[in-house]
Ligand binder design. Structure first.
Ligand code: FE
Length: 368
């Protein structure tokens, strides 16, 4: 008897809920009834503002593949991705300035130091997701979950295949030695890539060694630093120098380029992963953090889950030639051909901790 009463009560409750649902969807009246469920995705009848699902991203990345990635996410989830681009510093400043009124849900950038800078400036909040924890190894996530890695990038030595044998190469330190005088190409010290490289040396070898290395590189330069990483490869092709320091993914992007000249340049350079029997190749990270005042938190988390999932990671690595953080990604053949390599073992946040000192050292060394 008791059970029957309970069932009857439940049935009655369900009927009431169903009727309430019909009423709030069907009447089209303009009152903001608090009982109206917030779960439907239908646009509201009034105002035309609608309930479009969005996620607003502040991004400092500059790779074409990111929009492809966002489009794939929208296609799968119906959530629109709005991008605001800027330098990482600009975007962190903007997040600070906007405070609670910020529209940003997600902050995406390259460089572990910058991700940590955003964390220290309290513009991020912990991002909790079992799917993300499964997608991304612990060492590629912030310990407080303020950011999560979406790709890694290696800064390596590339060389002229016709003039340099890989056997002649060994370490970053070796590039600063007498034998490479007038042969080294590298971009300016204003590049975060170089600043973080030197920051890694400060962490691994100490300030003194980092300074000696910077001076050695400056003494060996084939020309005054100019252009980006791709321009160093082009300068190798033009025989301005024989070796260059650059990120691996640019080699992939050049090989896949529509510009025949870039393809040719990339075909004639070899990629060498330095310091394999010592401290490892310099690795940096690109990552995403949930902003402190995210209004579309669930959508932001869904986007990071997508980016770090198998499909997202495959799109990313196939398009940018960065290394995926999720090993299930289908990597481009080029990356597979490089195999595995030893990487520097250090906390990515250290790259930020030593950034100021690194710039000081680079300036002192006369690295333009
Ligand atoms: Fe880049």
């Amino acid at each position: 008897m008791k059970r029957k009463t309970l069932v009857n009560i439940m049935l009655l409750m369900m009927t009431v809920i169903l009727m309430a649902g019909c009423a709030s969807n069907g009447t089209g009246n303009t009152s903001n009834n608090a009982a109206t469920p917030k779960t439907d995705n239908k646009p509201a009848d009034n105002g035309g503002k609608g309930k479009e699902q969005v996620v607003n991203v502040y991004t400092a990345r500059h790779y074409d593949v990111d929009s492809v990635l966002f489009e794939a996410f929208t296609k799968q989830t119906g959530i629109k991705v709005n991008e605001v681009k800027g330098t990482a510093e600009e975007l962190v400043e903007r997040l600070k300035r906007e405070g609670a009124s910020s529209e940003a849900d997600l902050f995406i950038t390259v460089d572990g130091g910058v991700l940590n800078y955003a964390k220290q400036n309290a513009v991020l909040q912990p991002l909790q997701s079992a799917a993300i924890d499964k997608n991304v190894p612990k060492q590629l996530r912030d310990k407080d979950n303020n950011w999560v890695g979406i790709a890694t990038r290696a800064r390596v030595i590339v060389y002229a295949k016709d003039r340099v044998k890989p056997e002649q190469l060994s370490t970053y330190e070796d590039l600063a030695g007498e034998k490479w005088k007038g042969k080294v190409l590298v971009r300016s010290s204003s590049s975060l890539y170089n600043q973080s490289l030197v920051a890694s040396f400060i962490e691994l070898n100490g300030e003194q060694k980092a300074e000696e290395w910077s001076k050695g590189i400056v003494a060996n330069l084939a020309r005054k630093p100019e252009g980006g990483d791709r321009d160093q490869a082009k300068a190798i092709a033009a025989k301005v120098g024989d070796v260059a320091i650059m990120n691996t993914y640019y080699v992939g992007q050049m090989l896949a380029s529509k510009d025949a000249e870039e393809v040719k340049v990339a075909q004639n350079i070899g990629v060498f992963f330095p310091n394999q029997s010592t401290t490892g190749t310099h690795l940096n990270i690109s990552g995403a953090g949930l902003t402190k005042h995210a209004k579309n938190k669930d959508n932001a988390i869904k986007l990071v889950e997508f980016i770090t999932g198998k499909e997202g990671q495959t799109i990313l690595t196939q398009g940018s030639f960065e290394f995926p953080v999720n090993e299930t990604a289908d990597k481009p053949e080029l990356l597979k051909s490089w195999g595995t390599f030893k990487t520097q073992q250090l906390d990515f946040s250290k790259l930020g901790d030593h950034n100021k000192k690194s710039i000081e050292i680079l300036n002192k060394a006369g690295w333009k």
